[in-house]
Design a protein around this ligand. Structure first.
Ligand code: CDP
Length: 225
């Protein structure tokens, strides 16, 4: 009997500041899987455009930029053309710019191959908006993380302050709502739960509990595969 071991994929999608990044990276660590932070690719494209003076509406130029990103993800750093941008891409204005360019179909198309190239044995945890719906539709386990807008604003506030960025609760709440609207209402790959996704509402849940739940679903999925 031969068994075929293709890499396993777990997708974790959800709105901004829902905690999916932290949950995804801890699940990947626990299982020894690779990690795809797809939002970082949109942030990297956005920051490259800002640095190059390219308008956030110039679709062909942005798609070209996205398709030629020189990125390197190490265990704890993100390098763009050799430069450490791990923290600078987390600035809120980079997130806002990322969500603006993410509505452009040519930009999304230019990032598809790059995202697929993160897949490797024994598995991958992919975090984003369209991981389960578009990029890895055959994933073994799909999770959709949510949290109230207030809980998310609070998490983003702590995250920004922790990284030394300025933050204001009122402005963040507005930012988050606008970003939710842009992400869910865009025509291509809008933010929505994939078919068969497990819903995880984390407003009053610790990160540890969320990670434990995803791992429990994973063990279940492996058994019934
Ligand atoms: O950290 P946060 O959840 O705010 O954002 P992120 O995951 O780093 O993504 C930044 C922006 O990229 C999002 O607001 C989305 O508009 C876009 N994005 C996307 O369109 N598709 C993905 N798979 C990931 C991010």
């Amino acid at each position: 009997m031969t068994t075929h071991h293709s890499p396993v994929v777990i997708t974790i999608d959800g709105p901004t500041a829902s905690g999916k990044g932290t949950v995804a990276s801890r699940v990947a660590d626990a299982l020894g899987f690779a990690l795809l932070d797809s939002g970082a690719l949109y942030r990297l494209t956005a920051i490259s455009a800002i640095n190059a003076g390219i308008a956030l509406t110039d679709e062909p130029a942005l798609a070209h930029l996205a398709g030629s990103l020189e990125v390197n993800f190490t265990a704890d750093k993100i390098l763009l053309s050799g430069k450490d941008v791990t923290d600078t891409i987390r600035a809120e204005e980079v997130g806002v710019a990322a969500s603006k360019i993410a509505v452009l179909p040519a930009v999304r198309a230019a990032l598809v191959d790059l995202q697929h190239r993160f897949l490797r044995a024994p598995g991958l945890v992919a975090d984003g908006r369209d991981m389960g719906t578009v990029i890895f539709p055959d994933a073994l386990l799909k999770v959709f993380l949510t949290a109230s807008v207030e809980a998310r604003a609070e998490r983003r506030y702590k995250q920004l302050i922790g990284k030394g960025f300025p933050a204001n609760m009122g402005a963040l709440l507005q930012d988050l709502s606008e970003r939710d609207a842009r992400d869910t209402q865009r025509a291509l790959a809008p933010l929505k739960p994939a078919e068969g996704a497990h819903m995880l509402e984390t407003s009053s849940m610790t990160i540890e509990a969320a990670v434990a739940q995803v791992l429990a679903w994973y063990r279940e999925a492996v058994q019934i595969k």
